[in-house]
Design a protein around this ligand. Structure first.
Ligand code: HEM
Ligand code: HEM
Length: 179
């Protein structure tokens, strides 16, 4: 079993992080959209709690993923010419959004003055002062960044399939490690 990334393939750690986080993030995008259509009351509070718990888990995992890439750098994108730059820029943008989204959610939740709970049990420290304007701004950033992520994930998935169908084995190496 190969845990580390190599010059041409992804190791188990990066693949598990990629697919685990992709599932979590897709679920969070759907759950987040559902939340905006609800009234926060006693019957829906658990959904907010679930969203915050999973969202903070994504934040912890993305920090771990960045650290892991320092220890074990990922392989070069399977593309040629300008597409290498495009792939790198796209992946960088995905990382920025994976940080900005949970952080803005945490700032906004802190600014409401209501305790943020992890797994319905542990109080997560507030990272912003109680402030209505800050709450609004952070939720606007959270909303815009999530829409950008949705658009970028569509492009990302299309690019992955396009490169796979062109015979480059892009999807294969994210699934199996090697082409
Ligand atoms: C990668 C992680 C996350 C994703 C993908 C995500 C996604 C979303 C989305 C799509 C929405 C709907 C936004 C809109 O249409 O305006 C939303 C709302 C919300 N998010 Fe997140 N979120 C994440 C992390 C967090 C975190 C860590 C927190 C708090 C600790 C949080 C708190 C909230 C709250 C309270 C709302 C409801 C806002 C409202 O009712 O207007 N989110 N999220
Ligand atoms: C929220 C969803 C997703 C996010 C945030 C995401 C993010 C990323 C990032 C940052 C990379 C760069 C490598 C790394 O850092 O590990 C990557 C690579 C990759 N992703 Fe995703 N991804 C998502 C969903 C998907 C889905 C649904 C597919 C399926 C088609 C996919 C296919 C790939 C492939 C094939 C690569 C490897 C590219 C290469 O070899 O250069 N991703 N993804």
């Amino acid at each position: 079993m190969i845990w580390r990334n190599g010059p041409t393939g992804y190791g188990l750690v990066s693949r598990a992080l990629h697919w685990g986080m992709a599932l979590l993030i897709l679920a969070l995008l759907a759950l987040g959209l559902r939340l905006t259509a609800l009234q926060p009351d006693l019957s829906t509070l658990w959904l907010y709690g679930l969203h915050k718990t999973l969202g903070l888990t994504v934040l912890a995992l993305v920090l771990l993923r960045i650290l892991w890439h320092r220890i074990s750098p990922p392989p070069r994108p399977l593309a040629v010419g300008w597409q290498v730059t495009a792939a790198r820029a796209g992946h960088l943008a995905l990382y920025v959004l994976m940080l900005v989204i949970p952080l803005s959610g945490w700032v906004a939740s802190s600014a409401t003055g209501i305790d943020t709970l992890f797994a319905d049990r542990w109080v997560v420290p507030a990272i912003a002062p109680v402030s209505a304007p800050l709450e609004t701004t952070a939720f606007v950033i959270h909303g815009i960044a999530t829409k950008l992520l949705m658009a970028l994930v569509v492009v990302h998935v299309l690019a992955a399939f396009q490169h796979e169908m062109a015979g480059q084995g892009t999807l294969t190496r994210m699934l199996r490690g090697q082409r």
